[in-house]
Ligand binder design. Sequence first.
Ligand code: ADP
Ligand code: ZN
Length: 289
Amino acid sequence: MLYGALEAGGTKMVCALGDETGKILEQVSIPTISPEETMPKIIEYFQGKGIKALGIACFGPIDPEPASPTYGRILNTPKIPWRNYDIVGAMKEALQVPIGFDTDVNGSLLGEVTWGSAKGLTDAVYITIGTGVGGGVLSGGKLVHGMLHPELGHMKLVPVPGDDYKGRCPSHGNCLEGMAAGPAIEERWGMKAKDLKDKDEVWELEASYIAQAIMNLIMILSPQRIILGGGVMHQEQLFPLIRQKVLQEVNAYIITKELVDIDNYIIPAGLNDDQGIMGCIKLAMDAEA
Ligand code: ADP
Ligand code: ZN
């Protein structure tokens, strides 16, 4: 069976064909400019390929609730040309196939849960730390949407003593994204994040904020595994620092087999950066079912 997968990101739109085993058969990347410029290229890619369904995992905020009047739209995004754009409606009209639609981060989590490092789990969190911070949540076997979808990058954090950086989130200042996304690292230290590799204090502080956020997620959601992806997490030295600080934060308040085995509890994304597009394949499969 052939499925279409569209990973709609703020800088590029990855279009792919895949099968029910999650195998990606081919893929192309189209720059995200404006609906007028970008969408015809996406539609042209999928047309005539004989896909049974399409899965779209999209930058947000989006409306993923099928019963809502604004279902399928990109909502109040800072990317102005895409604001209120009905991406599901446009694809549906052009392709006439069932469409699955979710956030980019729920898509990545779904990829990991179906074929990757969270395979078979019912409760897991995927956090991407890149240009922004986003997170997908699987709870009781279901991707969480609630009234819209979680925005765990915007949880407030307590400043680390001695850190006077105010945070760069225009809405909240010192939320997780404001304190720990790539642009925050670069503004705080005045250098490209990837050029700061040898500066231990950068990653100590970064790990402190990420660990604080993970502590909150552990206490609220009780996930069985936490997956960290995104450009910033290419700094692999962050993983041991984060694990150690999470244990300090939890402070033995709960002791579980997962926390005891922390190296397998807080882990990197496991599908060679294909988790997003593979999640789209699963979204398509679920839409068809
Ligand atoms: P996006 O979030 O736009 O999808 P990425 O996840 O690649 O893309 O995130 C880009 C951000 O990640 C940049 O702001 C940069 O600061 C940071 N980044 C990218 N590569 C690295 C790296 N090797 N080390 C540290 N930070 C990085
Ligand atoms: Zn914020």
